[in-house]
Design a protein around this ligand. Sequence first.
Ligand SMILES: *[C@@H]1O[C@H](CO)[C@@H](O)[C@H](O)[C@H]1NC(C)=O
Ligand SMILES: *[C@@H]1O[C@H](CO)[C@@H](O)[C@H](O)[C@H]1NC(C)=O
Length: 339
Amino acid sequence: MHWAALLAAVTGIPFVVDAGAILRFSCSQLVVERLDPLVNPGINPSPHLHQVVGGNAFNVSMNPDTHDIPSTATCTTCTPADDFSNYWTATLFFRARNGTFKQLATKGNPLGYTAANGGQTVYYLGPNSGKVTAFKPGFRMTVGDPTFRTAAQIKKYPMLTYTCLQTGSTRGGETTNFPTKPCKVGIMVSIRFPTCWDGKNLDSPSHQDHVAYPSGGKCPSTHPVTVPQVFYETIWDTTPFNDQALWPVDGSQPFVWSFGDPTGYGVHGDYVFGWKGDALQKAMDAGSKCNSDLLQNNINCPVGTTQTIQKGNQCSKKVDVNENLEGWLAELPGGMKVQ
Ligand SMILES: *[C@@H]1O[C@H](CO)[C@@H](O)[C@H](O)[C@H]1NC(C)=O
Ligand SMILES: *[C@@H]1O[C@H](CO)[C@@H](O)[C@H](O)[C@H]1NC(C)=O
């Protein structure tokens, strides 16, 4: 299959042959812990649990003025060896009929990255034409809203979805709430960030106002700079809980986010840019030459260096939060209520 067709099959996005840069790569799990240096800097533990991938400079605080990510990190779980960014989401739990909770694991993407020790697949998508400006050191953002519980609310974010994987390559049938039936291979959570930046602020109090979605294919005048689309695919291994005899008696689905959301509409993602030097800009500028080789796990780029998934698996970070996450838990970490 031609790579463009393959990418279209994988991402559900139709790519034309002269599409802009498409970086797709594996980032193994770095750590699962209750820290959030973006939304709750300096707070250990943060209110809810996260799964984090990327560089091992991830810490309770990552103040951009004092914490230079590429020089603080000594390794990354991602295959581009120059990418010390951190990418994180909440974690999923199964809620049993007796009200206890069990943590779900993430797994390597069946499309090319099964060797990964969990984590997620990360994409940086360039526009089909025109200039794309890579993020600057200190840039960070979030997308989604953990307080959302309705379909009407999630319309604010057009590209946060769930795919019920029947096979590793199931695409289509995305929903904005949790799948309501068992998913043979797992649940894929897709989180796509906005692609327009105000060109000035590396962050904003909401962590969102400095970026915007395009409208009519164009960035708004308030946010005129086109940045790469950061896109996460996280595959949650729901297979230990596919037996519907274990599901709630009222016929509802049994999964809850670590922040207590049983609907799925509160899905959100966090991003802290940490590429070394101008490595991301170079990769984006190389355009279609940097489109990934999905089957070989090459970044296939004339610029930048890559490491194997196995090497990425070896990068780790000591857990800084002292709490038990194993076994059947009487409550969600942090006492988050399901509501
Ligand atoms: C995390 O932060 C603490 C306190 O600021 C510091 O002592 C430690 O070295 C940091 N760890 C990493 C991996 O940067
Ligand atoms: C609660 O339910 C789970 C799943 O059925 C079971 O494994 C666990 O032992 C139960 N815990 C208690 C305290 O009954």
